[in-house]
Design a binder for this molecule. Structure first.
Ligand code: ARG
Length: 544
């Protein structure tokens, strides 16, 4: 069911004779280039079932971006730059920076429409090692680490909702237990059905926007009328000195921007699933250029609303600003409602991240970077689409036909990849040490963002004639590269130890790369050679 002529079907064309897709990158899917992504050797693949639409894309991006950040920690921005006015400027800078990154990624995604995002782009542009190292870091640390943070924050807000928002100390294990329950739910939903996962995303996206619009309206009403259920006078906005106390220290601005960037992070989310879009060339840029301005505007408005209702001191000293906001205006009920809203928002972000992270794992499995079971659809270790000669295990084949139904779509998902991603996230939730994780996230994450966007510029030079369904202004990637390089350099000097850990972790990936690639080439030989399981063809290849 992929009759749409504009689809780039890498999976159907084993060795495309011409650029029938109208895209200079058509041969990418062939095993001759970097690997086997798209199941070039046959078998079932997700990319054959292009289900994602513009709306789903919007749900995936907005769903992940609006998570915990805007509801919990504007304090990190405020305290660093010193004044409400400067804080709002930081939010604009961080938002625009995220937007330039997202626009650059949209160009890459539209011209290289494969699952896995930067894994595919870096492999094509800077060489396969860089694509592997991205995957190595992203699958093992970045994705599950950030999901764990979101899960724990979700747990915290749910517990707050249950035992009273004002509670000072909450046993971290209770929060973690709740986080794990949410995580299991999300993992199960995503393993069960692609459509269920994306529907849930779409719904939660609307909830998030409603929540932020609600906060804004309440803030404005309060500012105009001084309204408050609790009876305390509400005219905080007059009390703020908007620019007094603004710092001139560049490194504090940098830290504040970092904090803002966490709240905007997730703009790369659709890029991991480009291969499943019906019309990526059209929809990817459309998703980005609606999502980013909407998110930036709603974040600014929410911040203004917080300032309208709460004193600067309160905002700067809390990590649950939205709950404070609800409590100040509507009393305990307000605090309860907002706790639930924030945990729902985190749940949505978790869902969104599970959906896309598992596709990265899946692409890595297909590409041979990770064991092939992770590149499978459905339950078990056997691909239902492969010929029976390769089916080794009767049981897993049975399991498959029972549990992975191509028609209904039930369990027609990268189940193994989803489980791996879920298991890693569980591990981070259990051992999770926030501070460490967030710094690692910043340094490693922005290194790869930087490299990928730099790759866009390189690709423009190297392949000027590549068909690009969407082309951003060249200033966009340049701005992103300059600012992110600046931020990275600050972080490197401020946190040399964490930087070393990141570098060490990346280096460990290099031997793994050679081991995996060796293994993959062996498998390729075997499959193409047909009979020679352990065979002489492999040796012949070395002899040549
Ligand atoms: N922006 C999200 C939030 O405010 C965090 C996104 C984490 N990033 C990621 N790729 N999972 O909670």
């Amino acid at each position: 069911t992929y009759s749409n002529a504009s689809n780039f079907d890498y999976t159907a064309n084993l060795f495309p004779l011409s650029s029938s897709a109208g895209n200079g990158y058509a041969p990418l899917g062939a095993p001759t280039s970097t690997g086997l992504q798209g199941g070039g050797l046959g078998g079932t693949s997700l990319e054959k079932h292009k289900t994602l639409t513009y709306m789903n894309g919007l749900g995936l991006v907005v769903g992940l971006i609006i998570g915990s950040g805007i509801f919990s920690s504007p304090s990190q921005v405020n305290t660093n730059v010193g004044s409400p006015g400067a804080a709002l400027i930081v939010w604009v800078i961080a938002g625009v920076l995220a937007w330039t990154g997202a626009a650059s990624y949209a160009e890459l995604g539209a011209s290289i429409p494969l699952n896995g995002g930067p894994q595919a782009y870096l492999s094509k542009i800077l060489g396969e090692l860089s694509g592997f190292l991205f995957t190595w870091v992203a699958v093992l640390v970045l994705k599950p680490g950030s999901a764990a943070i979101i899960a724990i924050i979700m747990g915290e807000y749910l517990v707050r909702a249950a035992i009273g928002a004002e509670a000072e100390t909450i046993n971290p294990w209770i929060m973690k237990a709740v986080a794990l329950v949410g995580l299991f739910a999300v993992t199960f939903i995503n393993a069960l059905s692609t459509r269920l996962g994306t529907r849930l995303n779409d719904m939660l996206m609307f909830l998030k926007f409603f929540a932020l619009i609600g906060v804004t309206i309440v803030g404005i009403v309060v500012a105009l009328t001084g309204f408050s259920v609790t009876g305390t006078a509400n005219n905080e906005w007059k009390a703020h000195s908007w620019f007094e106390g603004t710092t001139t220290d560049v490194s504090r601005w940098a830290v504040a921007i970092y904090a803002g960037l966490w709240a905007f992070d997730g703009w790369d989310n659709t890029n991991y699933v480009v291969g499943e879009f019906r019309n990526p060339g059209r929809d990817l840029p459309r998703v980005i250029h609606t999502a980013m301005p909407l998110v930036i505007a709603s974040y600014l408005l929410a911040n203004v609303a917080y300032f309208f209702v709460l004193p600067t001191k309160v905002i700067n000293s809390t990590n649950t600003v939205a709950v404070m906001f609800g409590g100040k205006v509507f009393g305990p009920i307000g605090a309860l409602v907002l706790s639930i809203v924030v945990s729902a928002s985190c749940f949505g972000a978790l869902n969104s991240s599970t959906f896309t992270s598992s596709r990265l794992v899946y692409a890595a499995g297909k590409e041979g970077y990770f064991p092939a079971v992770f590149g499978r659809i459905g339950v078990g270790s056997t691909d239902p689409g492969l010929s029976s000669t390769r089916t080794r295990n009767w049981f897993s084949k049975k399991l498959h036909s029972m549990l992975s139904d191509e028609e209904t779509g039930l369990f027609f998902t990268p189940v193994n990849a989803i489980v791996l991603n879920g298991a890693l996230t569980v591990a981070y939730v259990i051992v999770g040490e926030f501070g460490e994780l967030i710094t690692f996230y910043g340094v490693a994450g922005y290194t790869f963002y930087f490299l990928t966007v730099l790759g866009l510029i390189i690709l423009r030079v190297k392949e000027p004639n590549l068909e690009r369904p969407y082309k951003t202004w060249i200033t966009t990637p340049i701005i992103f590269c300059c600012v992110s390089l600046f931020l990275l350099s600050r972080a490197v000097f401020a946190q040399p130890l964490q930087t070393l850990i990141v570098i060490a972790f990346v280096l460990v990936g290099i031997p793994v790369y050679f081991w995996r690639i060796h293994g993959r080439d062996q498998v390729t030989k075997r499959d193409i050679g047909g009979t020679s399981r352990h065979g002489w063809k492999f040796w012949k290849r070395w002899a040549n």
